[in-house]
Ligand binder design. Structure first.
Ligand SMILES: NC(=O)c1ccc[n+]([C@@H]2O[C@H](COP(=O)([O-])OP(=O)(O)OC[C@H]3O[C@@H](n4cnc5c(N)ncnc54)[C@H](O)[C@@H]3O)[C@@H](O)[C@H]2O)c1
Length: 433
């Protein structure tokens, strides 16, 4: 199949490269010229394990090309995917659909013959109808079927998630699109991936429902961690005891500093706006957002308490800045709440993250170091913020020798409390005695 991917970011680039790997012929378009120039040179705009090799292989075999505009490819395409950003709209929290609509307008006058236009971006229910109207308004003769195919991949394991998803959801309003979408995802039939065909609105809403549920699950265990701290219970064991119940499941039950990232915060917010506009408020999701926002802001207090109530003039070494490991994505990372709060209270912050380069722009007053040991050297406290694998097996004796005071605040419950304490550290974690 001939595929065009509009938007070559975390989702568009991975999806485009994976479709090419399935054997389709893919043109990835982005209006960021630098991104396209560098992709043509084999330089990835993001950190995602396995991506560089996947792109190189498919580009070398001629199935994957990068363009800033490609009218010929759009005209010939069987399927055009829209994978542009849908950030929160400034001021009101609704999803900003201007990039999606712009992409639809761009293709409207160019498509030829029957073309499936697929929204892969996360878009509020009813957006497909609006895209339909944009196409018909711009080019009444265009033969376009607008499809919803939300993406569920996770940064950090995006390729595996795309190639072996739990399910694929496809929302159609024109039966002819079914065959095209089935052919695109045909390699997944071999591993018996459930492909769920629904109407378009149901598919659009399914993506938000999934993200809202996961955000709620994390927030639930986070509140449970607070309760554990008050009553002397262990949240990790509670989570295990709860998660072994098949009705609940063990994933997304790791207590931490609150969810961040490019999806949960904006998608939960957009969903509560959709629900409130439809006079069907989602009170659980509204509360989840409030609890999570307060949690991220309150996390600095844990560091302050571990240092005896006053951090003015103290040096804090932070390990990990991205919102989760194995990505360079800094969007809505808890670090962006916690670090400024520590600085406002007078602390000096030095930090290390293996990939979060954008942190240097977002956190200009932080002193960036080249490794975990350098980040904690001379510090009065070490705060583990993102659980990169390389932080799991640090030489704690070396850390202790480097630090001014042996204080560890582990916001991801990576270490075993008794082991760290045995080595002479004052140790605080989340929801564990
Ligand atoms: N990042 C994730 O893990 C993830 C997972 C599932 C779904 N999603 C959803 O996928 C969508 C994309 O997210 P992302 O993280 O890949 O965003 P991103 O910001 O990384 O990428 C979007 C890209 O689109 C480009 N773009 C914008 N308008 C364009 C246009 N008119 N023509 C060509 N290129 C254009 C931008 O330059 C950018 O490179 C969002 O709706 C998001 O909610 C993201």
């Amino acid at each position: 199949m001939r595929v065009v991917m509009i938007g070559t970011g975390y989702v568009g680039l991975v999806s485009g490269a994976c479709f090419a790997d399935f054997g389709h012929s893919v043109t990835c378009i982005d209006n960021d010229e630098l991104k396209i120039t560098r992709l043509r040179q084999g330089v990835m705009p993001i950190y995602e394990p396995g991506l560089e090799a996947l792109v190189a292989r498919n580009a070398a075999q001629g199935r994957l090309v990068f363009e800033t505009g490609a009218p010929a490819a759009i005209a010939e395409a069987d399927a055009i995917f829209i994978a542009v950003g849908t950030p929160s709209r400034r001021g009101d929290g609704h999803a900003d659909l201007s990039y999606v609509y712009a992409a639809a307008e761009e293709v409207a006058g160019i498509v030829q013959g029957f073309t499936v236009l697929v929204t892969k971006s996360t878009v509020p229910v009813g957006t497909g109808d609006k895209i339909d109207a944009i196409i018909r308004g711009a080019c009444p003769t265009a033969d376009v079927a607008v499809v919803s195919n939300p993406e569920f991949l996770r940064e950090g394991s995006a390729i595996e998630d795309f190639k072996r998803p739990d399910r694929v959801v496809v929302g159609i309003a024109d039966e002819r699109a079914r065959a095209v979408m089935s052919e695109l995802y045909r390699p997944l039939f071999l591993n018996e991936t459930p492909i769920l065909f629904t109407d378009r609105r149901t598919s659009e809403l399914t993506k938000y429902a999934a993200n809202a549920f996961l955000a709620m699950k994390i927030t639930f265990i986070n509140e449970m961690a607070d309760l554990c701290e008050r009553v002397g219970a262990n949240v990790q064991q509670v989570a295990r005891g709860v998660g072994l119940d098949n009705r609940i499941g063990a994933k997304f039950l790791n207590a931490g500093p609150g969810y961040g990232g490019s999806c949960f915060p904006k998608d939960t917010l957009a969903l509560v706006h959709t629900a409130s506009d439809a006079h069907a408020p989602l009170r659980l999701v509204e509360t989840t957002i409030r609890v999570n926002t307060a949690r991220k802001q309150a996390m600095a207090g844990k560091v302050v308490a571990a240092l005896g109530g006053d951090i003015a003039g103290k040096t804090i070494g932070i390990l990990g800045l991205t919102f989760k490991p194995n990505t360079d994505d800094m969007r809505e990372s808890p670090a962006l709440d916690i670090i400024p709060a520590l600085q406002r209270l007078g602390a000096r912050v030095q930090a290390f993250d293996p990939e979060g380069r954008e942190a240097r722009v977002l956190l200009p007053d932080v002193e960036f170091r080249d490794g975990p040991y350098e980040a904690v050297a001379g510090a009065d406290a070490m705060v583990l913020l993102t659980e990169w694998d390389q932080f799991r097996a640090l030489d704690l004796d070396r850390i202790k020798a480097l630090m001014r005071a042996p204080v560890v605040i582990d916001l991801r419950n990576v270490y075993r409390p008794e082991e760290v304490r045995q080595r002479g550290f004052a140790y605080t974690s989340i929801g564990r005695p």
